[in-house]
Design a protein around this ligand. Structure first.
Ligand code: 0PR
Length: 401
């Protein structure tokens, strides 16, 4: 640490140097991210609320109302009129809160004893945040198979249900391929396979819509043939949906939404000396700025803004998918959302990613199956795709294919 105070000019200069090593979304070169930057208006709002702490909401009643409003407005396009939940740091924390609620609910229902290991069934395609949850909460993660379209195989889920099952997870927009699991069928089996005759409720069904939650409803409204995934289905108990992905909000902003208050109550911890007598969230001192900025972005965009955004990303995904097919690349599956994964029968995928990186394109690689994974986020424009495809063609030609 420097002995004496450094002047602001000098600090800013050093910061600029560090920042010059970061990539920018606007370059169009970040092809494997699920974040996309935010509007300058949202950044201004964020700064304005930087000191507000939702860990002590009685001091920041205005910001608390904004958090409630965000949950309510999001739930309004997820078929839920009276939602309960929080704005948290992202999909990982939202999934962790859901799993905590599922386990505590199972204890309350007598499905598992205190300190008894419960089981959560997730699709093989689930995000690694469920592995983190399992590690932290001590439940056993049971992986269900996928069908030929990389969606969860319902019969596999059904076979895996036991007396110890505390939750089933479905995904609306998988991380690696953007596929939508059949939530309607999961809801049915969660109701029909409740193995505890004395318990009325269905098995706890959590939907991870961290990625797809902010686009599927709007694409459906435009008439695209996509399945519903929301609280319309009676077993859906909670949902993760991230404003900092397709919602265009600044990082960190994820949401956990519960169908009923009892699922939030199941994770309440007393905080007697604070302005709120209980806390549900994992963190104590809690940023208010993301709630304010998310609310502001949602007003700035409006429903029509989200419809246009989702459509543009979807159109770009289809443009890319079709162009790749013409170049003899193999699509892993027909894209359901704004995510395209592809490989080439003669070119090793890691090598292709390396050659693309040499030309400045940062892609990610999906593991199941191995493929280049491009997430068509709002910062990726048609012109970026045209130059990406040109580079891809040149790479292919240079390798003799
Ligand atoms: N659920 C799903 C379906 C996800 O895809 C993700 C993250 C999460 C939960 C966890 O969300 P948080 O990362 O907000 O906690 N999906 C992206 C991924 O792992 C996150 C990401 C975003 C990664 C931007 C890289 C990046 O540059 O791919």
């Amino acid at each position: 640490m420097n002995e004496d105070a450094m002047d602001e000019e000098e600090i800013l200069l050093k910061l600029k140097e560090y920042k010059s090593n970061d990539l920018s979304y606007s370059s169009g070169r970040i092809l494997g991210s699920m974040c996309s930057g935010t509007s300058s208006f949202a950044k201004k709002v964020y700064l304005d609320f930087l000191d507000s702490n939702l860990g002590d909401p009685g001091l920041f009643k205005g910001t608390k109302s904004l958090e409630n409003q965000v949950i309510k407005e999001i739930a309004s396009f997820l078929s839920l009129e009276n939602p309960y939940g929080n704005v948290v740091t992202g999909g990982t924390e939202a999934n962790l809160m859901a799993m905590r609620s599922a386990i505590n609910t199972a204890k309350l229902r007598g499905i598992i004893e205190k300190n008894h290991e419960g089981e959560v069934i997730v699709p093989k395609s689930a995000h690694f945040s469920f592995n983190k949850s399992s590690d932290m909460l001590g439940f056993k993660l049971i992986e269900a198979d996928l069908d030929e379209e990389y969606k969860v195989d319902i019969s596999s889920v059904k076979e895996l249900i036991t007396q110890k099952t505390v939750a089933i997870v479905g995904i609306a927009g998988t991380t690696e391929l953007g596929m939508i699991d059949p939530i309607e069928d999961l809801s049915k089996i969660a109701i029909e396979n409740n193995n505890h005759p004395d318990i009325q409720e269905s098995i706890y069904l959590h939907v991870d819509a961290a990625f797809g939650g902010f686009s599927i409803p709007f694409l459906r409204e435009l008439g695209y043939d996509l399945p519903n995934f929301d609280f319309e289905y009676p077993a859906v108990t909670s949902m993760t949906i991230d404003p900092h992905k397709m919602g265009m909000a600044p990082i960190p902003a994820g949401c956990i939404i519960y169908r009923e208050k009892k699922y939030l109550d199941a994770i309440a911890i007393k905080s007697p000396y604070l302005t709120s007598k209980e806390q549900y969230t994992i963190v104590g001192t809690r940023l208010g700025a993301p709630s304010a900025a998310t609310w502001a972005v949602m007003q700035e965009m409006g429903k029509n803004g989200y419809i246009e955004l989702a459509n543009n990303c979807f159109v770009n995904a289809h443009f890319l998918a079709n162009a790749l097919k013409k170049e003899n690349f193999k699509l892993v599956t027909k894209p359901q959302l704004n995510l395209v994964a592809f490989n080439h029968e003669k070119i090793e995928t890691n090598e292709l990613a390396r050659l693309l990186e040499e030309r400045g394109w940062i892609v990610s690689i999906s593991s199941c199956p191995k493929a280049i994974r491009i997430v068509l986020m709002p910062h990726i424009k048609h012109t970026h795709l045209v130059s990406f495809l040109r580079d891809l063609r040149e790479i292919k030609t240079s390798l003799g294919y």
